[in-house]
Write a protein of this length. Structure first.
Length: 276
């Protein structure tokens, strides 16, 4: 079976624009057969997505995206097939969400020093119950008329290296792998197209289960290269649209970037062997 499998997308439980039900229905409309919602530091969408997926005939794989840091660079780690009710796993995610709030408060202070008045309440009105992130801050700034566009907020104030930028609290990639593995899941390096080859090799040597081969940022040449890496190092492959919606203007990516059931089956077989 060569169905479409999108293993990288986000809902409004983190920095995505749409609700879980909207994402599942869009997936159905676009002919996706299996998906994973990989919200940042949040598994809040999993149960609703699974229930709706069962109704619409879409397989939903538990997913998450965790930020880590290696040699001063941010590295995103995708987790799949973990037990989202695992207490230790939930404890880590809760810690990351609390750190996001502290980061947002530091950004607010920096904006205040720049003469831009924004309150945490302004941000919460955008993020609601989801994990707070810079996209929510950018939207709150736009809502208050502090910037003329969502992108101005990033490019002028809160983007990397800008006056109100604040780093996230990160853990090492190895720690991210372990958190996911200890909860019964598989770890993948997200969109490796953004990192040098020697760094990718070091991250692989550290014990990751696979890499994201298909991603909107990957050229056909890079996809071919990463498929070669997967074969050489006996890794698993994943792929997806990294869909967020809303201000990202990435609607054309949803349903366009995906992997196959063969890749999904390989993940399931790896899990079965590790349990046996």
């Amino acid at each position: 079976m060569n169905g479409k499998v999108d293993l990288h997308m986000h809902t409004n439980h983190s920095d995505g624009f749409y609700s879980t039900s909207k994402i599942i229905n869009k997936a159905k409309e676009l002919g996706l057969d299996a998906i994973s919602i990989t919200d940042h530091d949040s598994t809040g969408a999993i149960e609703e997505a699974t229930e709706l997926g069962n109704e619409l005939g879409i397989e939903v794989i538990p997913g998450v995206e965790i930020s880590s840091e290696y040699n001063g660079k941010e590295v995103h780690i995708l987790g799949y097939f973990f037990d989202h009710k695992n207490k230790e796993f939930a404890r880590y995610l809760n810690f990351f969400r609390e750190e996001r709030i502290k980061r947002a408060e530091r950004i607010i202070k920096k904006l205040e020093n720049l003469g831009l008045h924004l309150t945490f309440k302004d941000i919460i009105s955008v993020s609601k119950n989801s994990a707070v992130g810079r996209p929510h801050i950018a939207q709150a700034m736009l809502n208050k008329g502090l910037v003329s566009s969502y992108y101005e907020a990033f490019n002028k104030y809160i983007g990397n290296g800008c006056p109100a930028y604040e780093k996230k609290v990160h853990l090492s990639p190895e720690s991210a792998y372990k958190i996911i593995t200890d909860a019964g899941g598989l770890s993948f390096i997200a969109h490796p197209g953004f990192m040098p080859e020697d760094i990718l090799k070091e991250l692989i040597d550290a014990g990751v289960d696979g890499i994201e081969v298909y991603h909107p940022s990957h050229t056909p040449q890079k996809i071919k290269f990463y498929k070669g890496i997967v074969s050489e190092y006996y890794l698993l492959e994943s792929g997806g649209s990294d869909y967020h919606g809303g201000q990202r203007n990435d609607d054309e990516n949803f349903g366009k970037y995906y992997t196959t059931f063969a890749a999904l089956d390989a993940m399931k077989k790896r899990l079965t062997r590790s349990i046996a």
